[in-house]
Structure formats: C-alpha cells, structure tokens
Design a protein around this ligand. Structure first.
Ligand SMILES: NC(=O)NCCC(=O)O
Ligand SMILES: [Zn+2]
Length: 454
C-alpha cells in the first residue's frame, strides 16, 4: 500500500518502509568552547544509522575565518564517514577573501548554505553589518542564508548580570539568555533578509517568541524556513535547576531549552506548517567536558545529543499522539530537508534513480533510550530513560543493510560527500520580485541646480 505522496509504504506486517532520515543540523568533530565534540564523523554517524538517519549536513567552521582551510580540515575529519553527508559553512568574519571563497564553496565545493551566528560574542558572533553583506552574497550565489538567532550582546549582558548575582550554575545559562533575546534576533534576521530579498533558514527555533516571528514572516509571504530541534520539542528547562551539576549541565545548549509550554507550542507549529523540518543540532560533550563549567555556567560547552533519537522521538511525540500523519513525518524528517538543500530526489525519496537510503519502522515495537547502549561516545544522554512506540528496525544506507536486529554494521570510509547545488526552490520568483520592486520605485526627482552669485 502506498500512503501519502508516494514516499511511504506499508508492507503486509504493518511496518513502514520509508526514506532514511536526513538531519539538516549536526556538529561532529567540532572544536568549540575550548574543547572538541566527543562524537566524530564515525561515532556520530553510527548513532545516526542506528536511529534511522542515513544522511546529515554538518557545519564547517572556518579556520581563523578562512573558508578554504576550514573546508579542507572538514574533508579530513569526514574521511571516516560511514554514511553520506553534506556541508554547510559558517561565516565568522568579512573581507574580500571570504566573499571570493564563498563563490568557490558554492561553485566548486558543493556547499549551498552559509550560517551566521548572531550569538557567541568574542568567538563566532557577527554583527548586522556582516549579516547584510553575507545575505547579499548568499543571494547572488543562490545559497541559503542560515542564522543562529540570539542577541549576542544582550546575552553577554545577561551573563554578567547572573555572575554579579552569584548565580554560577547551569540555571544561569537559561536565565541569562531568555526567549525575548531569541525572538529579537529572529525578527531582526528576518527583516534584514526581507530587506535584501533573500530566503532565510532559522536554525534551532527554541521558543514561542522566535516561532511567532517565523509565523508572521511566512504569513506575509516571506521565504523563511523554521527548524525546531528534537530537544526543543520534547524537553523543558526545569532540569537546569537540578541540584546535581552533571545532571543539569548535560542539558546546556544554545538557545537554551525553554520553560514548559514552549515545546508544545513548537510541536503545534510543526503540525500546522509554521515550522517545516526537524533537526538535532547534535553537538555532544561528555561529563568531563561539561565539567569545564563546574564553577561558571559560561564555560559549560554548549550542546546536546539527538542523532540516534530524532526519528524515534518525533514519531512517538508527533505521529503516535496524532499531531501529524506518517506522510508528514517523512516530509519533516527527510524529504523537506532534501528539497531545501537541493538534493531531492537523489535523497529524501524512494524512487528509481534515488540513492537506496531506506528504513523500516515498526509502529508496534518500542524503544528505550539509554546512555549505556546508545552509539554516541558521550557518557550521558539528555533523553535517558525515555520509552516510546515506533522503532527503526532496519536501516539501509546506499543499498547496504547497516542496522538490523539491533546490530550495527557501519563501516568507516563508506560514506560519500554529497555536493549540493545552489538556487533551491525558495529562489523561484526572487528575480521577478526584485524587478517589480525596482519598477515600483517612484521616478527620481530632477532638481534644478541653483547658481548663487558670489
Ligand atoms: N547549539 C549548541 O548549543 N551547540 C552547537 C553550536 C550551535 O549551533 O550553537
Ligand atoms: Zn546554533
């Protein structure tokens, strides 16, 4: 039986055969906050395959702002890949070399999206000036602009405020960067992208404040994509107040996991089309690394796991509860990502000519999440002990069975780099809108020159 738009099939046993998941947002082998993520391109991908994800798109971080050096470093890191992957690239400074290198990345290296961090003052953060330059360049190249939207200056101020109050623990992380700072930056990025008339992708939408900015823009016809991540959908921030440092610190990520209520609102936004696809922002650190911030929450490396859990948790939270259909599930975890990053139907579909990335999900089987048995190298899991319905029983990546009977057969080096073309569907109509804007401008005023006698 075929269900929905041709991507989901139920076999005689009631199991679903569907395209493998694609995670639009991961950070493997990333040097960040004085350390490096514990999952590299093999261990992170092992986790992904065990959880039904067969491709991910990771963020290349330039080396001292240099894009080519960053790209080369990530090519090395990714040599151990067990599954297919693509790259986005962060832009952390602006000059002629960066502008030229963006062209090289798009035209020669298969990168079609660039991320701008509006937070992490003193390291990755950029200002509005750079945001505008970057957005203009993205538009000219047909590359998608992405933003980490938090007001970094205000976060810095919020952190100082907490330290002055003597709040040094993980709860200070949430208190120092409240939802309004995410809403402000999201709205600002959206308005600047609207001003430039280029599509925008907002990564990890964590709050009602940010989601409402995306909703408003989309309602007005602006091309904005909103990506919630699993942690934002299913967790809440009460854990940050836990009296045990490690228990609380493992949940520190940015923007922070929000107060109860935000997750439910993000789920609703996903089901009614305000938000489009689900990522993980998988960025893992073990307990020793999280302890870097034992005396000061500002030093806790930011990030949580999700690559192995995304498909299960979205299924259990959204499909089992009746908030979305099976077809919606496939769209939000796979197909929409493939369309946005211009790799459909090679990825995100089961069609003749597509890569054979396929999973079998048994809706009647159960999963239980446990850091002792997960495939990430981290010694903790933010979803520890969660149980639910719907289990990925088989993962096939590139035509090879890599997960079956709870056994992983991931082989380092087998994953391929997937080049992504510019000018995705979001760019349709942009040129026409620009032309209309230009013709709508009123005729320039001709002023007579006045000659005043000396
Ligand atoms: N999200 C997070 O806390 N860590 C990964 C880096 C980022 O995307 O901000
Ligand atoms: Zn981010």
């Amino acid at each position: 039986n075929q269900v929905g738009d041709g991507v989901t099939i139920i076999d005689a046993t009631g199991k679903y055969v569907m395209p493998g998941g694609i995670d639009p947002h991961t950070h493997l082998a990333m040097e960040f906050m004085g350390t490096e993520t514990i999952d590299d391109f093999f261990s992170g991908q092992a986790a992904a395959l065990a959880g039904g994800t067969t491709m991910h798109i990771d963020f290349v971080i330039p080396v001292n702002g240099n894009l080519t050096a960053g790209f080369e470093a990530y090519v090395e890191k990714a040599k151990i890949s067990a599954m297919d992957y693509g790259f986005h690239m962060a832009i952390t400074k602006w000059d002629e070399a960066v502008s030229k290198d963006m062209e090289v990345m798009v035209k020669d290296k298969g990168i079609n999206s660039f991320k701008f961090f509006m937070a992490y003052k003193g390291s990755l953060m950029i200002n509005d000036d750079l945001l505008l330059e970057g957005f203009k360049k993205c538009k000219s190249l047909g590359a998608l602009a992405m933003v980490h939207a938090e007001n970094g200056d205000a976060v810095f101020e919020g952190q100082k405020r907490m330290i002055e109050l003597g709040i040094m623990g993980p709860e200070g992380h949430a208190l120092s960067r409240p939802p309004q700072l995410e809403g402000e930056a999201t709205g600002r990025a959206i308005r600047l992208a609207g001003f430039v008339n280029t599509p925008l992708y907002v990564v990890h939408v964590m709050s009602i404040d940010a989601m409402e900015e995306v909703a408003k823009a989309r309602k007005s016809g602006q091309k904005v994509i909103g990506e919630p991540v699993v942690s934002g959908l299913v967790l809440d921030d009460t854990v940050l107040w836990d009296s045990d440092f490690q228990t609380a610190a493992k949940f520190v990520m940015s923007p922070p996991i929000r107060a109860p209520g935000h997750g439910k609102a993000l789920q609703a936004a996903l089901s009614n089309g305000v938000l489009q696809l689900v990522g993980t922002d998988h960025c893992t650190f073990n307990s020793t690394q999280k302890s870097l911030g034992i005396d000061d929450f500002r030093k806790i490396p930011n990030g949580v796991n999700g690559l192995e859990e995304r498909m299960h948790l979205v299924w259990d939270t959204m499909v089992v509860s009746g908030q979305i259909s099976v077809t919606d599930f496939v769209r939000m975890t796979s197909t929409e990502c493939a369309r946005i990053f211009n790799i459909y139907p090679r990825k995100g579909a089961i069609l003749v000519g597509s890569d054979a990335d396929i999973i079998i999900l048994n809706p009647n089987s159960s999963f239980e999440i446990c850091s002792k048995s997960h495939h990430s190298r981290s010694d903790t899991n933010v979803y520890e002990g969660r149980k639910g319905k719907g289990k990925v029983e088989v993962t096939i990546a590139g035509g090879r069975v890599v997960w079956e009977n709870d056994e992983l057969k991931a082989v380092p080096g087998r994953g391929k780099y997937v080049k992504m073309r510019p000018f995705n569907y979001l760019f349709d109509g942009i040129e026409k809108a620009d032309a209309e804007y230009l013709s709508s401008l009123r005729a320039p005023v001709i002023r007579r020159t006045m000659h005043v006698a000396a």
